[in-house]
Design a protein around this ligand. Structure first.
Ligand code: NAD
Length: 474
C-alpha cells in the first residue's frame, strides 16, 4: 500500500504514526499518510519563515515564472494526480458535464497560469513639488492554508499560488479525508521552488488548530465549514492574523416563468448535482415559479433517474459516492426528515446498497423554508425544489438564510433577471448560470459564508498588506 510523506523545508519528512486514507467508492483504505504533531508544525513554520526573507525579495518576474513552471508540472503529471483525486474523493475522472478529477487538474493548471500573470500595480497618490506619495502591496509573511476534502487540489492551488505569487511563503494542511493529491503536489512543486517556500503537514483538525494559532503565522486562508471557520477566527486572534474564510453555502436559484423548461433543466441539474452536490457553490435550493413548477420538477426527476452512479475510475460514471461516511449520514438524515416536513420525493431518496458511500440522486418537491433540507447545507445529491408565486417571494425566501455564498436567477428576460440578481444577498450572483467561477473575478461569501475573497486582483490583494510611502520634496 502506498504511503505519502510530508515536505518540510524542501525535505521529505515521515512520522512514526500514520493514518489511513479511504477510497469512498469501496469504503476501504488504499493508502496511508504521515500523521504530524506540533513538532512538524513548528518545523514547517520555521522553514517558511526562513525562506520568506529571500522569497519576498525576489523580482516579481521570477516568482511569476516559477508559478508557470508549477502549472507545467501539474500538466506533466496530470494522469497520476487525476487518478489520485478520484481515489481519495470518489469523484469520477470525467463525470457529469465533464466535472471530475480531470477538470480539477485542468482548472488547477488554468488558475495557476492566470494568477501568475495578475499584477498589483503601485498606486501613485501624489507626485508634485511638495511630495511623492505611493501606496503599494507587500507580502504578509508566512501564510497557513487549511483545505477541505471536496476539491483538494484545486482549492490548494487557489490558496497556494496566490500567496506565493506575491511573495509569501506557505504551510498547507489538507483535509485528513483527502490529503494525498496535496502532498504529491507540494512534493512536485518543491522540485522547482526554493526550500521552505512551500511546506505541507498532514493530520486532523487538531493539527490545523496548532497551525492557525501559531504565533509566527501571519495569515490564514481557510476553505471549509462555517463551524470550523468560527473556531479558526478565534484561534487566529492571538497575533491578529489576517484571515480569508471561504465557508459553507446554501445557494439559491430563482426560476422565472418565461424560461424554456426543457432547455434549462439539464443546466440546473448540473449546477446542483455535479461532484454529487459536494461543491461550496452548488445550487442547493431551487425556487421555481408556480406556472412551470410541475414541468420543471418532472424534467429534473427524469434526469436524476438516468444518471449513472458508480466508481469514478469507470469511464462512464457520472456521479461517484459521497466522499466520506459522515457526509453520507448527513444526507441520509436529511432524506429521513422529508416526510415529516411535508416533502414529496420525485426521484431517489435512498442509500445505494453496495460497498462505499453511495446515495441515489434525489429530487424533492413541496418543501419550503423552515424545513431541514431547505435550511441546512446538504452537501450531497439531494435537491429541494420549492414553489413560489412570484419573483419577489422567490427573492425573499432565497435571502432568508444565514448563508450568502452564491445565487442565481434564470429568465429569458436578462434585464428583469439582472435586477433581481443584484438584490440577492450573496458574494456572487449569476444570471442564467450557477457556480461558474473564474480565476480573474473575485469570489467569496457574505453573512456566514465567509470573510474576504479569492481570485483575481482582489484575491491577490488579500495576500498582502498595503504600504504607504511618502517622500517629502519641499
Ligand atoms: P471542515 O471545516 O470540516 O474541515 C476543513 C479543514 O479544516 C480540514 O482540513 C480540517 O482538518 C480542518 N480543521 C478542522 N477543525 C479545525 C480547527 N479547529 N482549526 C483548524 N483547522 C481545522 O470542512 P469539510 O467538511 O472538509 O468541507 C466541507 C465544507 O466546506 C462545506 O461546508 C462546504 O460548503 C465548505 N466549502 C466552502 C468553499 C468555499 O469556497 N466557500 C469551498 C469548498 C468547501
Amino acid at each position: 500500500m502506498q504511503h505519502y510523506k510530508m515536505t518540510i523545508g524542501g525535505q521529505s519528512v515521515d512520522t512514526e504514526n500514520k493514518f489511513a486514507v479511504i477510497n469512498p467508492a469501496k469504503g476501504q483504505h488504499f493508502a496511508t499518510c504521515a500523521l504530524a504533531t506540533t513538532t512538524e508544525v513548528d518545523a514547517a513554520v520555521k522553514a517558511a519563515r526562513q525562506a520568506f526573507t529571500e522569497w519576498s525579495k525576489r523580482p516579481d518576474g521570477e516568482r511569476q515564472h516559477l508559478m508557470h513552471e508549477i502549472a507545467q508540472l501539474l500538466e506533466t503529471n496530470m494522469p497520476e494526480l487525476a487518478q489520485l483525486i478520484t481515489q481519495e474523493t470518489g469523484k469520477p475522472l470525467n463525470g457529469l458535464n465533464g466535472v471530475g478529477a480531470n477538470m480539477e487538474l485542468m482548472g488547477s493548471i488554468g488558475w495557476s497560469h492566470v494568477t501568475a500573470d495578475i499584477e498589483l500595480p503601485i498606486d501613485i497618490i501624489q507626485d508634485n513639488d511638495d511630495a511623492y506619495v505611493q501606496a503599494y502591496r507587500k507580502p504578509l509573511g508566512v501564510v497557513a492554508s487549511i483545505t477541505p476534502w471536496n476539491w483538494p487540489l484545486m482549492i490548494a492551488i487557489w490558496h497556494v499560488i496566490a500567496a506565493l505569487r506575491v511573495g509569501n511563503t506557505v504551510v498547507i494542511k489538507p483535509s485528513e479525508n483527502s490529503p494525498l493529491s496535496t502532498a504529491r503536489f507540494v512534493e512536485l512543486a518543491n522540485t522547482v521552488l526554493p526550500s521552505g517556500v512551500l511546506n505541507v503537514v498532514t493530520g486532523f483538525g487538531d493539527l490545523g488548530q496548532a497551525l492557525v494559532s501559531h504565533d509566527d503565522v501571519n495569515k490564514v486562508v481557510f476553505t471549509g465549514s462555517t463551524e470550523t471557520g468560527k473556531k479558526i477566527m478565534a484561534s487566529a486572534s492571538g497575533n491578529l492574523k489576517r484571515l480569508t474564510l471561504e465557508l459553507g453555502g446554501n445557494d439559491a436559484a430563482i426560476v422565472l416563468p418565461d424560461v424554456d423548461v426543457k432547455a434549462i433543466a439539464p443546466e440546473l441539474f448540473g449546477a446542483a448535482f455535479h461532484n454529487n452536490g459536494q461543491t461550496c457553490a452548488c445550487l442547493k435550493r431551487l425556487y421555481v415559479h408556480e406556472d412551470i413548477y410541475d414541468s420543471l420538477c418532472d424534467e429534473l426527476a427524469a434526469l436524476a433517474k438516468q444518471i449513472k452512479v458508480g466508481d469514478g475510475l469507470e469511464s462512464d460514471t457520472q456521479l461517484g459516492p459521497l466522499q466520506n461516511e459522515a457526509q453520507l449520514q448527513q444526507v441520509m438524515g436529511l432524506a429521513a426528515s422529508i416526510e415529516n416536513s411535508g416533502g414529496r420525493i420525485l426521484a431517489g431518496g435512498h442509500r445505494i446498497e453496495r460497498d462505499g458511500f453511495f446515495f441515489e440522486p434525489t429530487v424533492v418537491a413541496d418543501l419550503t423554508n423552515g424545513t431541514p433540507l431547505v435550511d441546512q447545507e446538504q452537501f450531497g445529491p439531494i435537491l429541494p425544489v420549492i414553489k413560489v408565486t412570484d419573483a419577489e417571494q422567490g427573492l425573499e425566501l432565497a435571502n432568508d438564510s444565514q448563508n450568502g455564498l452564491g445565487g442565481s436567477v434564470w429568465s429569458a428576460n436578462s434585464e428583469i433577471a439582472t435586477e433581481l440578481a443584484q438584490r440577492l444577498e450573496c458574494g456572487t450572483a449569476w444570471v442564467n448560470s450557477h457556480g461558474d467561477v473564474q480565476p480573474d473575478a473575485p469570489f467569496g461569501g457574505v453573512k456566514q459564508s465567509g470573510v474576504g475573497v479569492e481570485f483575481g486582483r482582489y484575491g491577490l490583494e488579500e495576500c498582502t498588506s498595503l504600504h504607504t510611502l511618502k517622500i517629502k520634496r519641499a
